[in-house]
Write a new protein. Structure first.
Length: 315
């Protein structure tokens, strides 16, 4: 093994070790937070028991409680034991908290910023790669193939992240639209059963206000769905779980209305629009989940490719 290979191996091991320390530190921070929360609870119990003991010792017990609980001395002893038990639990847990704090201090001292080490590692890898390209034709061909695969995979991952951003934004708009339509439906139900007095007029006004809000959002939703569909075609032309099938959704807001014959017809229109909008929302949510699953797979592939490349560089 050359000096360059040794440096790569040692740097890799150092980074891996630092990552393990950081993971353990993060876990320790969570453990300490939970332990401190429990310590606060035990402290509250201990304070309460001490207060109960103090009240019995200073105020005494009435004759009725003597008959039920026994003598004052027995009750004081009972409260004293409860306080001591609570105090022991508190002190024991406090020591556990102190141990956790001590361990975190040690881990923090061992932790270093691995950024510079990672930069150094990339420089060493580049040097080793150039060395292989000049002296090992077979390995060089394999390295070039892996590098190309990594670049392609990273490119696909970037496209997925862009689509995920668009789809997530679309889901939010659809959720807002669904919520306004639900409000419109509820106010519409109230409008139909209420009298035509003040309450009925208020319900009718709120219903129309909710419809207008949903209608305004629908303009943006359609625009976002069109953009999402374009993005999905770019990454998943042959993948069924990435297909939005816009033809099925082109008219999902067309049943918004202005002048309708009756309240019953209006309610039916609101219900249909709500159902269609929720259906579109649910489909986009499924697409988001598929994209996130695909991103996770891509990241695993990149990790595997980088691991194979590292093995060649230190071989």
């Amino acid at each position: 093994m050359s000096q360059l290979q040794k440096e790569i191996t040692e740097t890799l091991e150092t980074i891996i070790n630092l990552d393990r320390i950081r993971t353990r530190y993060d876990e320790g921070v969570k453990e300490l937070k939970n332990a401190q929360y429990k310590l606060d609870s035990l402290h509250s119990v201990m304070v309460k028991e001490l207060k109960d003991l103090h009240e019995i010792e200073t105020k005494g017990l009435k004759t009725f409680f003597y008959k039920v609980l026994g003598s004052k001395e027995k009750q004081i002893e009972k409260e004293r034991q409860e306080y001591l038990t609570a105090s022991l639990k508190f002190n024991e847990h406090q020591k556990s908290v102190e141990v956790l704090e001590f361990e975190l201090e040690l881990l923090q001292k061992k932790m270093k910023d691995s950024t510079e080490l990672k930069k150094k590692l990339e420089v060493l890898k580049a040097q080793r790669e150039n060395e292989i390209l000049k002296t090992h034709p077979t390995l060089a061909k394999e390295l070039l193939k892996i590098s190309k695969e990594i670049d392609t995979t990273y490119g696909y991952r970037k496209e997925l992240l862009d689509v995920d951003e668009v789809a997530t934004k679309c889901v939010k708009s659809l959720n807002d639209m669904v919520n306004h339509l639900k409000e419109a439906k509820q106010w519409g139900n109230w409008d139909m059963v209420s009298s035509r007095g003040r309450g009925g007029r208020r319900a009718g006004y709120n219903k129309q206000a909710s419809i207008d809000k949903a209608k305004n959002i629908s303009v943006w939703v359609k625009h976002e769905l069109i953009n999402l569909n374009k993005e999905l075609r770019d990454i998943g032309e042959h993948k069924e779980h990435f297909q939005l099938n816009m033809d099925n959704f082109n008219s999902f807001t067309d049943i918004f209305f202005d002048n309708l014959i009756s309240d019953w017809v209006v309610q039916q229109k609101i219900s249909n629009t709500l159902n269609n909008t929720a259906s579109v929302r649910d489909r986009v949510v499924l697409i988001v989940k598929s994209i996130e699953h695909e991103i996770a797979k891509i990241e695993q592939q990149v990790t595997a490719l980088q691991s194979t490349r590292d093995k060649i560089l230190i071989s």
